[in-house]
Design a protein around this ligand. Structure first.
Ligand code: CTP
Ligand code: MG
Length: 453
């Protein structure tokens, strides 16, 4: 699948941005490249840097096969942001047009190297230098990419950025006993983008495929070196760290807030709304389930599940508040697991997804609209039941529509819901792990300092 705007000057450099991993160690509800970092997905952040590179590049995004449309949308957004203002009257001295970008989106493979392979198959003929870059290194500065290109060009080698290790490194036994100290002057913690002459990377991938080396070698530099081809390290950058765990994501958030002055949207609560309607069932044997309760003797509501409009409206409100779509896209009416399922099933899973996205439920307010059942006698029971499932206060109001509309004609029941979610405290991450500064001495007291110590 290729989106290739017309080229003004065919680029000689390509950047393959691998973004097809699931992010199992990050443990988010969506694949890692689509996890928001200060409101923008990691992939968007990574592409933003690539778009800032000095020269024209072909950008190949390798995305999960079921997320190609999302990836295309993100790339289009970044492209739009970097587009030069187009004016037929642009003065000759005005800002230069940005270098041309060709964006190609392809589906990824099972392993990172499979994904790189698929990216390579989309290279256009004019390319002679290929950079392979992890979308997970979302804050990598564009200058590092430019430096890798320049070094590949001047040396004809594979070039990878790397940082010296600052900690003393020990070899240890399974028991934890120290076996020895490693000479860290020989070590480098390597990053991406890793750059290669195109022919060298292609040769290394062919070599690895023929010799069954893909499983053992986890980055492209290792493949190239394994094939006996030269690879050198240039200085990397602190911001090119890989976002792997929740702590890494928080580190990236802190950097954006502190160093770049970005606001802290993740500290704000978020709201969502939901609406659901079900018709009364044609037969009077269908049981009525509403607001998580069974209503004996009342005609039931028709639907794929139990037709509990209140629970469904709450799910939509919660999913909307957490930015997770809606009940149809999350649960799917075709899924047989939800045939006849009660509201509790949907609510429990929704709360789990909301928590996985980093939010807790603040409160939920529901309005049930219909002639029957008469709700007020069981309001407290329903509120307690739903609050227990959501671990948050729930208020339920009920109204009729004065005989107007489908609810007034007793053809069905509707419900609306509003939910508030708020960012979960980051227990277990950096929060609480940094010692608070010692209290200042009370005014008038002289601090006890010993400058000679
Ligand atoms: N990657 C990929 N295709 C895969 C596996 C990984 O494109 N089959 C990409 C990831 O999207 C990421 C980069 O390779 O940008 C580095 O991989 P890693 O940090 O391990 O990401 P994940 O594999 O997604 O994470 P995890 O290993 O925790 O599941
Ligand atoms: Mg991985």
């Amino acid at each position: 699948m290729t989106d290739s705007p017309a080229l003004s000057a065919a680029p000689s450099v390509a950047v393959i941005v691998v973004a097809a991993g699931s992010g199992s160690r990050l443990g988010h509800a969506v694949p890692k490249a689509f996890v928001p970092l200060q409101m923008r997905p990691l992939l968007e952040r990574a592409l933003d840097s690539i778009f800032r590179m000095r020269e024209a590049v072909q950008i190949i995004v390798v995305a999960p096969s079921d997320r190609l449309t999302d990836a295309r949308g993100i790339a289009a957004q970044v492209a739009a942001r970097h587009e030069a203002p187009v004016s037929p009257n642009r003065p000759a001295s005005g800002p230069a047009a940005p270098p041309s970008r060709t964006v190609t989106i392809v589906g990824g493979g099972r392993t990172r190297q499979d994904s790189v392979d698929r990216g390579m198959s989309a290279l256009i003929p004019s390319i002679d230098i290929v950079l392979v870059h992890d979308a997970a290194r979302a804050l990598t500065p564009a200058a590092l990419c430019d430096e890798v290109v320049a070094a590949v060009r001047s040396t004809g080698h594979g070039i990878i950025p790397g940082l010296p290790l600052v900690d003393t490194i020990k070899r240890i036994a399974n028991s934890g006993a120290i076996l020895g100290t490693v000479d860290r002057s020989e070590l480098s913690a390597v990053q991406t983008p890793q750059g290669f002459p195109r022919s060298m990377l292609a040769e290394a991938h062919t070599w690895a495929a023929q010799n069954g080396r893909f499983e053992a070698l986890t980055d492209d530099a290792a493949l190239v070196a394994d094939a006996g081809l030269p690879v050198s390290v240039i200085p990397g950058h602190q911001l090119a760290f890989k976002i792997t765990t929740p702590e890494d994501l928080e580190r990236a958030e802190l950097i954006l807030q502190a160093a770049l002055g970005e606001p802290q949207p993740q500290l704000l609560p978020r709201i969502g709304t939901g609406l659901d309607v079900h018709a009364f069932a044609a037969d009077d044997t269908t049981e009525l389930w509403l607001a998580g309760l069974h209503w004996p003797g009342e005609r039931g509501l028709s639907g794929h599940s139990d037709g509990d409009v209140a629970c469904h409206a709450i799910c939509d409100a919660l999913l909307g508040a957490a930015g997770l779509g809606d009940i149809g896209s999350v649960f799917g009416t075709a899924d047989p697991r939800f045939t006849g399922a009660h509201g509790e099933t949907f609510l429990t899973e929704t709360v789990r997804l909301v928590a996985a996205a980093g939010y807790l439920v603040g409160n939920v307010s529901v309005q049930i609209i219909g002639n029957r059942p008469k709700f007020s006698p069981r309001r407290g029971e329903a509120e307690t039941r739903l609050a227990g499932i959501l671990s948050a206060p729930v208020n339920i109001a009920a109204t009729t529509t004065d005989t107007l509309g489908f609810t007034g004609r007793a053809e069905g029941v509707a419900a609306t819901a509003t939910a508030l979610v708020y960012p979960a405290p980051r227990a277990g991450r950096f929060a609480g792990q940094v010692a608070a500064p010692a209290p200042l001495p009370e005014s008038g007291q002289t601090p006890d300092l010993n400058w000679e110590a």
